[in-house]
Design a protein around this ligand. Structure first.
Ligand SMILES: Cc1ncc(COP(=O)(O)O)c(C=O)c1O
Length: 366
């Protein structure tokens, strides 16, 4: 079976380094917010190109603590896409704010910037922009327009580690950005992990407090009621081991994506193009069936041929059971189109060329 991901294979080359890290972790005696966490935060902010990085327990906490750090008035609206598996929506709702869903672009997977600008109202205080599948969007113009209106821009980069426009990385365009280090991510831990990057010192300070109970200093809450959301020292050690290899992993992902783009010619499918300039880091490789009725047939066919696949993501956020009654009138054409048609095929650094070739052959035969 060619799996959709193979985490053991991905981590195997680092086992000896992980074991050495674990030995020194055991003997060090500092198990929470120690040297590994600090050195990862420094290395990751340098890598992304921001002044600050604060690590947290996972990518969803990263978004929620970021939203809370903005200290928005109750009832504020936060614009987000509805095709990214609820992560941003959960964070908005758990912060006591209102999600406002805006459609993605007609020819892609990320929020339509024109539609975001048209949707702004006096109560809109922030926009969460997800660089889905590792397809980055240049947010310079959006940031400029939002700044004029004092609306914050948050980037969700959980699928876009190392993705860049020229030399500028995703995670350095907005006021603040969030990352997940879930094991399958382009930079993945061996458990949960997350981070926030920013150049804004006030937001940095707020997140530092929020991730540790709201403490300004030990045992003294300063201004906000926080929670415990710290990156584990051991996960930070694993991430420190892998970060120097991230660009190499991304290069291999992109190579596989380019091979698929050239090789897959089945006319029942659509593959959306990208610029091969580092702005797509191939976190996921979606194909689209032109007719949604064909998707279950393609998934079954791939399964019969021992090729893993998955749907990222099948349900628009506003149709999810716990919230759908609040959004009965919301219908976003491009979002629904993609949710009904996308199917992800394997794309990860360790996938062998012969497997890529086999997948292309099988898909073209279908
Ligand atoms: C786009 C996006 N945002 C947020 C998250 C949440 O991250 P985590 O699973 O670490 O909470 C994920 C992935 O899981 C994601 O893909």
């Amino acid at each position: 079976m060619i799996q959709i991901n193979n985490l053991k294979q991905h981590n195997e080359p680092f086992f000896a380094q992980y074991e050495a890290k674990f030995q020194s972790f055991l003997r060090n005696g500092y198990y929470i917010l120690g040297d590994e966490v600090r050195s990862f935060e420094t290395a990751f902010s340098n890598y992304i190109g921001t002044q600050h990085c604060i690590s947290v327990a996972n990518g969803t906490d990263a978004i929620e603590l970021t939203v809370r750090a903005l200290q928005l008035p109750q009832g504020s609206e936060v614009i987000t896409a509805a095709n990214a598996a609820m992560y941003s929506t959960i964070s908005i709702l758990n912060s006591g704010l209102k999600p406002k869903f805006v459609d993605i672009s007609a020819d892609g997977y990320n929020l339509d910037i024109e539609k975001v600008l048209a949707a702004l109202t006096a109560t809109t205080k922030a926009v969460i922009f997800t660089h889905l599948y590792g397809r980055g969007t240049n947010l310079d113009s959006l940031k400029k327009e939002l700044s004029k209106k004092k609306v914050f821009l948050i980037e969700d980069c959980a699928q876009a580690h190392g993705c860049r426009i020229g030399d500028k990385k995703m995670g350095s365009f907005g006021d603040i950005a969030t990352f997940s280090f879930y094991p399958t991510k382009n930079l993945g831990a061996l458990g949960d992990g997350g981070a926030i990057t920013t150049n804004n010192s006030k937001l940095f300070q707020n997140v530092i407090e929020l991730r540790q109970y709201g403490w300004g200093k030990k045992y003294h809450l300063k201004e906000m009621v926080g929670r415990n959301s710290r990156l584990d020292e051991l996960q930070a050690a694993f991430l420190n081991t892998k970060l120097p290899h991230l660009d190499k992993f991304n290069a291999r992902r992109i190579e596989i994506a380019e091979t698929y783009l050239k090789g897959i010619t089945n006319s029942k499918l659509l593959i959306r193009k990208w610029n091969n300039d580092g702005s797509y880091v191939a976190h996921l490789f979606p194909v689209e069936v032109k007719d949604p009725a064909l998707r279950p047939l393609l998934a079954a066919y791939l399964g019969e041929n021992k090729i893993g696949c998955d749907i990222h993501y099948p349900v628009p956020d506003y149709k999810q059971t716990p919230i759908k009654t609040l959004f009965e009138s919301t219908r976003l054409e491009n979002t629904e189109d993609r949710c009904n048609k996308v199917l992800t095929i394997p794309c990860y650094p360790e996938l062998e060329n012969e497997n890529v070739k086999y997948i292309i052959e099988k898909i073209n035969k279908w």
